[in-house]
Design a protein around this ligand. Structure first.
Ligand code: ATP
Ligand code: MG
Length: 581
């Protein structure tokens, strides 16, 4: 990956790293990680964390690890592990041979806990969850100490061993750190380090029935992997003192030859409007059938946007431009789409496809004749080249490029009107044929002016509109899925008190068109290829549903750049950072 993703302006985390390196802290090493919990698919917010962590490692000649934080067997599984690996790779982050699992360290975590007990810094507590909550106090009232807080060390060691051996019921006991029940920071009020869970783990099977808590496992995982900068989102700010307490009080062994210890740094999570980003809500969309799966092209998951047709380059550019902040904000979805459009504008070949076909016959064009017209592939790409597009007597054009009674400013086809067929001739609409029973227009009969072939001597004759078309006989069928926003409201997470967020779903977020016709160059689109359908939008040949000779296209983004327009209207001086106002 190039040097992107950290914010093109040097971000505040890079400034911390610069200072650390100048001071020789951790021997000047930079080692970051991305620590997903495999309890769902990654979303665009996670992409920011991946790209930031990986980008910082690359920029500072450092290392990057992928570590699964798999400490809660109840919600985690292999499907999620595999999807996350695929997604992180697709985003372009490279962890080399450093793929780790917190569960690989369960033995060490256990030994460290024994160490804490031996030092009198952890104890087995018999309070139930409710009692513990009640003892915990509030932000304004200090907590009360557990009656088991001063258990003798020997008894703690024995009970903890028996917890591990499976002698106790789930929820009946915990191991807690002995810190300070009166601390102003609730996280330091004797937090739980281990809980009993009789659940099968996706990697360790039934070996364990006690599992470490995130706040205990995370700093130790970082330390064991000699991470230097443990970058996480703002909600962990209040957990940082506990992160440091664990590292201060456990004698962990670093990788031989490596010195130093990790430090936690928090940044603002990425939020975008018109979508939800909580895994719990995404899971509900999948489980309740509001979408076809985690990879539904309307989902903000990496799997979803990949299938929709977004490119990793566009996502990296997006992350780079929104930068890294210390306070939360909402980024406009239109800005993400703008980044996708910018990337595709350079890369995607232009082709012609008719989504809602209307038959058009050029009555003065010889029957059985075909002309192969040379059309350029991409005016934005000097190396784009050209292709040949067949013209014949019978064509298809877009239904809404014709109006029987054209309103003012409608310059396309109407009785007696002329338009240019893209890359071909000027045609004139002589008459529209109707279905006698329904009155629906079923065919346009036109004539062409043979002197006006594009690129030919008469090609400079001007008409007011150019439309796309395909040959009826040479074109092939395709299915097109037009996607729109998944939610109707910008703040999709919220709703009136009594209303669930699913009430905000857009009932028209997908429209499937089955009668589309595409020019022959596209018909054999390999799954995964992207095009601009002229005058319409960018499309991606769906990798799952496309069949040989019948591609299925997902609309990636429209051609209209709402973000750039709004930006222009706001300030003529150029682009901002995508923040929604
Ligand atoms: P949960 O913890 O509720 O399951 P999560 O989204 O925090 O959900 P994790 O798997 O814990 O999921 O996240 C992995 C990493 O990605 C964490 O370091 C987290 O801080 C970061 N992350 C999660 N959501 C975002 C976001 N919206 N923007 C940036 N980073 C994020
Ligand atoms: Mg989390």
């Amino acid at each position: 990956m190039e040097d992107v993703g950290c914010g093109s302006a040097i971000n505040f985390i890079q400034s911390i790293i610069d200072k650390d390196r100048a001071e020789g802290w951790n021997d000047g090493r930079v080692h970051t990680r991305f620590p997903p919990e495999p309890n769902g698919y990654l979303h665009i917010g996670h992409a920011k964390a991946v790209i930031l962590n990986y980008g910082l490692a690359v920029r500072n000649n450092g290392l990057f690890n992928l570590r699964f934080d798999d400490t809660n067997p109840a919600t985690e599984n292999e499907e999620f592990v595999e999807s996350i690996i695929r997604d992180v790779k697709w985003l372009g982050a490279d962890w080399g041979d450093r793929l780790f699992f917190a569960s690989d360290y369960f033995d060490q975590f256990y030994d460290f806990a024994v160490q804490l007990i031996e030092k009198g810094k952890a104890y087995v507590c018999d309070l139930s969850q409710d009692e513990m909550r009640e003892h915990r106090g509030t932000l304004t009232r200090p907590g009360r100490e557990s009656p088991h807080r001063d258990r003798p060390i020997e008894e703690n060691l024995d009970l903890f061993k028996r917890m591990r051996a499976g002698e106790f019921a789930a929820g009946s006991r915990t191991l807690r750190a002995k810190i300070d029940m009166a601390s102003a920071n609730m996280n330091l009020r004797d937090p739980v380090l281990y809980r009993i869970l009789h659940a099968r783990h996706h990697r360790t099977g039934d070996r364990w029935c006690i599992y470490p808590m995130y706040d205990y496992a995370h700093p130790l995982g970082d330390a064991l992997e000699s991470i230097t900068h443990s970058i996480c989102t703002l909600e962990y700010c209040d957990h940082r003192p506990l992160y440091d307490w664990v590292l201060d009080n456990v004698d962990y062994q670093l990788v031989p030859g490596v010195r130093g210890r990790p430090k936690q740094i928090e940044f603002a999570r990425l939020n975008t409007n018109y979508t939800v980003m909580s895994k719990r809500k995404l899971r509900r969309l999948v489980e309740e059938g509001h979408v076809s799966g985690w990879d539904d092209p309307r989902m903000p998951t990496i799997a979803g946007i990949r299938r929709r047709g977004y490119t990793p380059e566009a996502i990296r550019s997006f992350c780079d431009q929104i930068g890294v902040a210390k306070s939360d904000s909402v980024v406009d979805l239109a800005f993400l789409e703008h980044c996708v459009r910018e990337d595709l504008n350079r890369k995607a070949p232009r082709v012609m496809a008719v989504l809602r076909p209307l038959k058009l016959t050029i009555v003065n064009y010889p029957e059985g004749q075909t002309e192969w017209l040379e059309v350029e592939n991409n005016p934005e790409d000097p190396a784009g080249g050209s292709r040949r597009v067949p013209l014949a007597r019978e064509l298809y054009v877009e239904q809404d490029d014709f109006r029987e009674d054209p309103p003012p400013k409608f310059f396309r086809l109407a009785p007696g009107r002329e338009v240019r067929l893209k890359g071909a001739y000027i045609i004139k609409c002589e008459r529209a044929l109707k279905d006698p029973s329904t009155g629906a227009i079923i065919e346009l009969q036109c004539t062409h002016d043979p002197e006006t072939r594009s690129g030919g001597p008469g090609s400079d004759r001007k008409v007011k509109a150019t439309i796309h078309w395909v040959s009826a006989t040479h074109s092939l069928p395709a299915t097109v899925r037009l996607y729109d926003k998944l939610f109707l409201t910008a703040d999709a997470e919220a709703g009136p008190e009594d209303q669930d967020f699913t009430a905000n779903l857009n009932p028209e977020s997908i429209e499937v068109l089955n009668q589309c016709r595409v020019e022959p160059a596209v018909a054999h689109a390999t799954a995964g290829s992207r095009y601009q359908f002229l005058r319409q939008a960018y499309f991606h040949a769906d990798p799952e549903d496309s069949r040989e000779g019948h591609p299925v296209f997902n609309r990636i983004v429209s051609l209209r750049d709402d973000w750039a327009r709004a930006q222009k209207a706001r300030s003529p001086d150029g682009p901002g950072d995508g923040t929604a106002r």
